[in-house]
Design a protein around this ligand. Sequence first.
Ligand code: C5P
Length: 222
Amino acid sequence: MNTMTIAIDGPAAAGKSTVAKKVAEELSFIYVDTGAMYRALTWKALQKGISLENELSLAELLQQTDLNLVQSKNGQRVMLDNKDVSDEIRTDDVTNKVSIVAKHKLVREEMVRRQQELVKDRGVVMDGRDIGTHVLPDAEVKIFMIASVEERAERRHKENVEKGYQSDIQQLKEDIRKRDEIDSNREIAPLVKAADAIEVDTTAMGINEVVARILTIVKEKS
Ligand code: C5P
């Protein structure tokens, strides 16, 4: 049970990270947010003015980049070359460009290698797009979390409003759709449900309900 691996995949803004974090807490497992790793590389490339279409430069940049997910009293923080970039990687600019960076084979190979390193001999909940299919193909529990685009945009909009950010629900819908399309149609490790994943449609579910559902699935498998 302590070394169990739980893979949570699904489209953008389906609530994966909120749920994954809570499931990890309940089980005293570590939580790995793989999207944050692609976001951090995107942020660094934008800072350095590197073209997001330039696979070789991005792969080289990643080789020179130290990426760490660390626990702090403010939750999980994303450290890039010892700088906390947790807030920077959530900007609209990074969100709308990260899928371009995540298309590249050389980038993905190195990210997957790092993600697999993090798991060795420990209980882990990992969320992303290719966890059940590529990163942890032997995960004991695989969840594919979905929700309608309308519901996902609505949730993001609510979050933005609560944080006092400007937010346009139509724009959010469009951005989410676009990101899903790139992630689902890329050549390398596209977003697909693993054959042995359990689909959880969260459109009409609250967070605690989804967490409880996943914990039940985990219990059944352990
Ligand atoms: O999960 P999050 O929305 O933060 O992920 C940001 C982006 O990173 C995704 O839209 C996708 O392009 C990429 N990603 C990926 N594979 C993963 C995790 C994220 O391609 N395992």
